[in-house]
Design a protein around this ligand. Sequence first.
Ligand SMILES: [Zn+2]
Length: 186
Amino acid sequence: MYQPEDLDIVRKLLALIGEDPQREGLLETPMRFLKAWSEYTSGYQQNPEDILKAFEDGAESVDEMVIVRDIPLYSLCEHHLAPFFGKAHIGYVPDRRILGLSKMSRLVEVFARRLQVQERLTNQIADALDTHLQPLGVAVVIECRHMCMESRGVRHTGTATVTSALRGSVKNNPDTRREFLALIGR
Ligand SMILES: [Zn+2]
């Protein structure tokens, strides 16, 4: 599926950093690189609506906040193409419809597997839930370590960047917000 000129792009990059693209250990690297990157950016081929359109039956009686903690997240910063990674915590107050738990991590992947900034990623997940699930409230908290901050420049090693997006009752009701933050352990 890749053309020879696609592989040449990676060979040029290898030469640019001072490597010999013909070195034995690097001969297969351009193909591996392109395959890995198609996985890192597979979110562009996915639509959140497809993941969120199927709802669980039997949710009529659920009116307490549903929380999914510690969803693993791997993304790439759009400024340096460097990895950032960490965890997402998602909570929502259902309005008759609930979502399978595995769908929550698939939703995170749709937006994480693109070039991102953490703030936008957080808001996109919250907005997708708000639009397609139409709950009473939504909260998304993401904590990530950014390789572009830790391994270069000012080197803030080990510091996590925390972002949040609140919608509906979680935003407007301090008790609901406190409940969410307590349940995710913050
Ligand atoms: Zn960056």
